[in-house]
Design a protein around this ligand. Sequence first.
Ligand SMILES: Nc1ncnc2c1ncn2[C@@H]1O[C@H](COP(=O)(O)OP(=O)(O)OP(=O)(O)O)[C@@H](O)[C@H]1O
Ligand SMILES: O=c1ccn([C@@H]2O[C@H](COP(=O)(O)O)[C@@H](O)[C@H]2O)c(=O)[nH]1
Length: 236
Amino acid sequence: MLDNLLRLSSVIGRFAQKGQVRILSKLSVENSAKSCRGKMSLPKPNIVFVLGAPGSGKGTQCEKIVKNFGYVHLSAGDLLREERSREGSEYGELIENYIRNGKIVPVDVTCALLENAMTQNMKVSGKDSFLIDGFPRNQDNLDGWQRRMSEKVNLKFVIVFNCPEDACVERCINRGKSGSNRSDDNIESLKKRFDTFINDSLPIINHYKEQNLVREVDATKNPDEVFEDVKVLFAD
Ligand SMILES: Nc1ncnc2c1ncn2[C@@H]1O[C@H](COP(=O)(O)OP(=O)(O)OP(=O)(O)O)[C@@H](O)[C@H]1O
Ligand SMILES: O=c1ccn([C@@H]2O[C@H](COP(=O)(O)O)[C@@H](O)[C@H]2O)c(=O)[nH]1
């Protein structure tokens, strides 16, 4: 399975969406290896992890951070959904099963997508500050990231958006009703996503708390009010 995962190829569409720059690039392990060599001249990217329960407002706030502070937003969930929908993807079915059941996709897939997206963005836009939204979410994610990426990036801090489950569920259900087209914006998937958040993701947040890297934000207010608190974290 690992070998297969390492042969992961992805197409990252180049388009400006929600302030993100996506770069169209066909990748394979062989290309990844070449691009690793090419990466020698690239700067070490600055990373902010953005965590919080499903529907806590991570994507909404990332959009605002992009507009105001020039970061590039990389949503791990969006990258996985793109890979799932890519014609010919070996991993489409696997990813869809994980997403629908609120489970966390094996780290080699997600990490490859994130690393490739960062490298391509740095090459094309020259930007080297990234919001990594919705990752790492479990011990497998954390271990894989530490193994593969931790030495290659500067982790600045970890934002955690706090919002109670009932409000988050309502937001996701409304997002589904407004046409998100997400196969996990339904009650059944949301129950599983919250179980995963509590059992698997909270320990990762605690790990970063122990390192004094967590910056908690009250995400129950309206998006502009939440952003007032977020701004402070980036104003240095
Ligand atoms: N502060 C807020 N108050 C009310 N609604 C919000 C707030 N922030 C975001 N929303 C709405 O809630 C829904 C979920 O927001 P968003 O996609 O930003 O959350 P998320 O944490 O990225 O979710 P997920 O983890 O499921 O991808 C969206 O429809 C968004 O418009
Ligand atoms: O690192 C990640 C990020 C996401 N997933 C899967 O995708 C869905 C949706 O993620 P959102 O952040 O809500 O868009 C999530 O429930 C996981 O199934 C993942 O496996 N790994």
